[in-house]
Design a protein. Structure first.
Length: 331
């Protein structure tokens, strides 16, 4: 395998724009890439378009949605795939870990039925062998006595155990890309840490690519290699996770960091002014301009594009000059 093959993106989203059938724009300009084994965190306030971008990757946007730009998986255009190719893509290449496990599990079917259905139907695995694989997967994700758990129903499991089942189901098809849509939102803090530790361990062991959608910047930094910050349907900054706290270059990212509670912090939390807007509310200029204390006239009339600057990509007209004036976000 050549160096170029190793470095090539597994998933690449290029200038993606999506407009619903009713005319509302839900994604303005989304571009990012994920290599094999790499984890990307997609962060931002509610309504920024994070989950909608995952639907685009899965090609499950609402009927009638018009899109421009492109999404490629292993150099294949997702939008150009036939129905048969899409079924294979969703069954073998990419797997989704949902936000609410109870909404995704059928309450009248056992955990074993849920885990083995795809193995039996998509891979032609015999039911007995599928049960063995499923029990082993449950053990891998931290659920002891896997065989007994296969006979249980979703209501018999706690939220943390059921989310582990969802991770096991995602891993069962041996995908190359994991899409995790706020997988710990419905869990308490301690269980969140346990579930994310298991997910991160399994991803690393199997060398999977992952896109993690979350509103928690600290979680994204802890378990991903790169963070992409979204606002109003647009990627406004992409940076290495290790640099996000100390070297952010977009005013929105800095505002998010300054507004988060941190143990040992001495200064007061500073909330972002105004309210977050959805993509369909954004005008011709920068979507963040109305809340940004650094905005100028051009910010309100011309939408900035994502441009490389060192190890970061930033969509801000004033990124270069603000890089030396924006305060650090760490305590």
């Amino acid at each position: 395998m050549t160096t170029r093959d190793v470095d090539a993106p597994l998933l690449e989203v290029k200038a993606l724009r999506a407009e619903l059938a009713d005319g509302r724009t839900v994604l303005h300009d989304v571009s990012y890439a994920v290599r094999p084994g790499q984890a990307l965190g997609l962060v931002g306030e509610s309504g920024s378009g994070k989950s909608m971008s995952l639907k685009a990757v899965l090609a499950t946007l609402p009927d009638g949605t018009r899109t421009t730009g492109d999404i490629t998986f292993d150099t294949r255009s997702v939008s150009a795939m036939s129905r048969r190719e899409l079924r294979a893509y969703r069954a073998h290449d990419v797997a989704l870990i949902p936000q609410d496990p109870r909404a995704s599990a059928n309450p009248v079917r056992t955990v074993g039925d849920f885990l083995t259905e795809a193995l039996v139907r998509a891979r032609g695995t015999r039911r007995r062998d599928a049960d063995t694989v499923a029990a082993r997967l449950l053990v891998d994700v931290g659920i002891p006595d896997g065989e007994r758990r296969l006979a249980q129903y979703p209501h018999e499991l706690s939220g943390g155990l059921l989310q582990r089942v969802m991770i096991a189901a995602a891993l069962a098809m041996e995908p190359r890309l994991l899409l995790a849509d706020e997988p710990t939102t419905a869990l308490d803090v301690t269980t969140q840490q346990e579930v994310m530790a298991i997910l991160d361990e399994q991803r690393r062991d199997k060398h999977l690519a992952m896109v993690l959608v979350t509103h928690d910047l600290d979680l994204a930094v802890a378990v991903t290699d790169t963070v992409a910050v979204m606002y109003a349907g647009t990627i406004v900054e992409i940076a290495p996770s290790t640099e996000l706290h100390t070297a952010s270059r977009h005013p929105y990212t800095m505002g998010l960091l300054r507004s988060r509670p941190v143990i040992g912090r001495r200064d007061r939390l500073t909330s972002l002014p105004g309210r977050p807007i959805s993509a369909f509310e954004a005008g011709e200029g920068c979507g963040f301009a109305a809340r940004c204390s650094y905005a100028q006239d051009r910010c309100r009339t011309t939408r900035p594009v994502l441009q490389a600057g060192g190890t970061h990509q930033v969509a801000c007209h004033r990124a270069d000059e603000l890089a030396i004036t924006l305060p650090e976000a760490t305590p």
